[in-house]
Design a protein around this ligand. Structure first.
Ligand code: FES
Length: 103
């Protein structure tokens, strides 16, 4: 059965920015794009563990602050010629509250 957990309110995530949350031992970055779409991905860059929550959000992607890999926020995959993937989590928004689907 789906396990939805409440993490933040939509107002707590800046547009074209992120908010870091910790669920159990997993650090998750919640992003809000310019179009106000919400995404949740593991906060760890698949390259060398840069913190994606500190990256720059553009379109539906984030650029890692460490070495500028661009990660697709829908798939968690590195774009361009880079190869790697971080975990993405399904989200839903109800009454301005962001829920993550885990398990
Ligand atoms: S750690 Fe993210 S690009 Fe290198």
């Amino acid at each position: 059965m789906a396990n939805w957990i409440k993490v933040v309110t939509t107002q707590e995530v800046p547009v074209m920015g992120s908010r870091k949350v910790v669920v159990g031992e997993i650090e998750i970055a919640i992003f809000k794009t310019k179009s106000e779409n919400i995404h949740a991905v593991n906060n760890t860059c698949p390259h060398k563990q840069g913190k994606l929550s500190e990256g720059i959000v553009h379109d539906e992607e984030v650029t890692c602050p460490m070495h500028n890999w661009v990660i697709d926020l829908n798939s968690g995959e590195a774009t361009g010629g880079d190869c790697g993937c971080t975990e993405v989590y399904e989200t839903k928004v109800e009454d301005e509250i962001v829920y993550l689907k885990l398990g």
